[in-house]
Design a protein around this ligand. Structure first.
Ligand SMILES: Cc1ncc(COP(=O)(O)O)c(C=O)c1O
Length: 395
């Protein structure tokens, strides 16, 4: 039976609206328990809120500072004349392009309205009331949301300190016969850490028989080709119970279009397909992504810009006497040794949007997306003057 809440704890009871309070009686507890996702503040909102006329830089959502893939943009222009039609529900052209690029068969792929949607579908497809989902802590918040919505329990295993990596031994120790999904973002968000081939093998060896390991490679493009990086695609082809998640939102610069995909054995993909809505990826997104997946030049440029930006930022942090978590992605977490909300607010007033660590249980850290060299420099300058006005937190 669906659990119900008393009216006194309903979000509507304070409004004095009896009809809304009555509706909320029947809202499942798990829906009320969901923590709303806190997105990075949009540039336009900061402009309105603070009346900033100058340039605002957003280094909060790990978007590509180079903008969209040029190949994707060119293809997008051709899509506009077709917008009166529904998109292809089977994503045929995109499927063919991605299958070819990855060297897998097309029926091993599922496409979504961002990889967010596929995370949601994982819960709908594979989780039931009372199941368990094992995640690192802190991690990307949508893993817990999908578990909560399904009535499953999220088992949070602290990342190791001080490197903030997944503790695969502790994760495996947390597996039970109720474990159904294990999420590892690799590279990890928010810390930028990675796990290697041996660690993935270890998790797979200990994985209970009905469980699936989800390797979320939203930032995989920053690591593919590194000798010890356990690419989900290779592990899946070896027959392991793994689902790989990929996105066009980060390296390919298409976050605004919303398109991501999952790779897995065709039996798992078939099940996931049962839960998705028929036209879940829009026509513009399909067209641009099908071209972007082959934009190797753009990916190489993004990777190289990112490597330079990471060393620019970390040299700046070192100069300011700050420590940071070694990152393998397009963002880095730095310990500013001050309450992160104060640093966030002060940077916002100066037109620089970053992420606070408190939402991840890290109250003196901030997470900054690696931008262009100019953006990184502006961030470092603003950070330096901001920190000079805020007292350090006593340890
Ligand atoms: C680890 C991770 N997974 C998935 C996503 C979702 O990406 P999208 O829905 O834009 O494909 C993000 C976005 O920030 C992320 O950081």
């Amino acid at each position: 039976m669906t659990p119900t809440l008393s009216v006194t704890s309903s979000p509507f009871s304070d409004s004095g609206n009896a009809a809304l309070a009555e509706i909320s009686r029947d809202i499942a507890e798990r829906v009320l328990a969901l923590k709303p996702y806190q997105p990075g503040k949009p540039i336009e909102e900061v402009k309105r809120e603070f009346g900033i006329a100058g340039e605002i830089i957003k280094l909060a959502s790990n978007e590509n500072p180079l903008g969209p893939s040029p190949a994707g943009l060119k293809a997008l222009a051709l899509a506009t004349s077709k917008l009166a039609q529904y998109p292809d529900g089977g994503c045929h052209d995109l499927r063919v392009a991605v299958a070819e690029k990855l060297g897998v068969s097309g029926d091993m792929l599922i496409f979504g309205n961002g990889s967010d949607e596929i995370i949601h579908l994982l819960g709908l497809t594979f989780l039931q009331e009372g199941d368990e989902v094992v995640v690192g802590d802190p991690t990307f918040v949508l893993y817990e949301a999908t578990a909560t919505l399904a009535g499953a329990h999220t088992v949070k295993v602290p990342l190791t300190r001080p490197e903030y990596r997944h503790d695969v031994v502790a994760m495996a120790d947390a597996f039970t016969d109720k474990t159904r999904l294990v999420f590892v973002a690799n590279p990890h968000n928010p810390t930028g850490s990675v796990i290697g081939k041996q660690e993935v093998e270890f998790l797979l060896k200990r994985l209970p028989c009905r469980a699936i390991l989800i390797l979320d490679e939203a930032y995989g493009e920053y690591m593919y080709g590194e000798p010890d990086f356990p690419a989900a695609r290779d592990i899946i082809l070896s027959g392991a119970p793994v689902i790989g998640l990929r996105t066009f939102s980060k390296m390919y610069g298409l976050a605004g279009l919303r398109v991501g995909f999952g790779v897995a054995a065709l039996e798992l993909i078939r099940l996931l397909n049962q839960t998705r809505s028929p036209f879940n990826v829009n026509l513009a997104a399909q067209t641009a992504a099908a071209a972007a997946i082959n934009d190797d030049e753009f990916v190489a440029a993004g990777k190289s810009l990112n490597a330079g930006g990471l060393s620019q930022l970390t040299s700046g942090f070192a100069r300011l006497g700050l420590t940071w978590i070694p990152s393998h992605a397009n963002f880095v977490m730095v310990d500013v040794r001050r309450p992160c909300r104060q640093v966030f607010d002060a940077l916002l007033r100066r037109g620089v949007i970053i992420r606070t660590g408190d939402i991840f249980g890290m109250p003196t850290h901030i997470r900054v997306t690696i931008g262009t060299a100019d953006q990184n420099q502006r961030f470092l300058n603003e950070l330096e003057s901001t920190l000079s006005h805020i007292s350090e937190t006593t340890p």
